[in-house]
Design a protein around this ligand. Structure first.
Ligand SMILES: [Cu+2]
Length: 141
């Protein structure tokens, strides 16, 4: 039984032998925890939804600010990107993203990176002499 008034956002799972009535959890009782030596085998896990990470990003000749963004795998990410000077773009091949960024207009991209890694992004709309150096990196841990 779960007492909802005592519930928190995390649960503890305890492996046990279903030794009494099958599919009825009888503890304390015949359902004995699985032990390794003296230790009961347990693990905790989150049951709450991961919080969306919202990030304000500026684009301008020839940089993204910030240009390094770190997030956890499985966390929804919502960068809100505004170009300050001219049309730019943001493309990230590893995440299948390519959006045009009009001057002064907010562009919100929503995605959830599932695999850890480093994802390079860059400007995908030609914006001048240093266009090719305009980029950054999303680090997914
Ligand atoms: Cu550019």
């Amino acid at each position: 039984m779960v007492d909802a008034t005592k519930a928190t956002e995390s649960l503890i799972a305890m492996l046990h032998k279903d030794a009494g009535t099958v599919r009825v959890y009888e503890f304390p009782g015949p359902d004995v925890p699985i032990r390794i030596g003296e230790n009961i085998v347990m693990s905790s896990f989150q049951v709450s939804e991961p919080q969306t990470v919202r990030i304000q990003v500026k684009a301008r000749k020839f940089e993204f600010i910030p240009d390094v963004i770190q997030v956890k795998a499985g966390t929804p990410v919502e960068p809100s990107i505004v170009s300050e000077d001219t049309a730019h773009g943001i493309a990230c091949r590893g995440l299948g993203i390519n959006e045009r960024l009009e001057k002064g207009k907010e562009t919100v991209i929503r995605f959830t990176p599932t695999n850890a890694g480093r994802y390079v992004f860059s400007c995908s709309v030609y914006c001048g002499s240093d266009h090719r150096s305009m980029g950054g990196e999303l680090i997914v841990n």
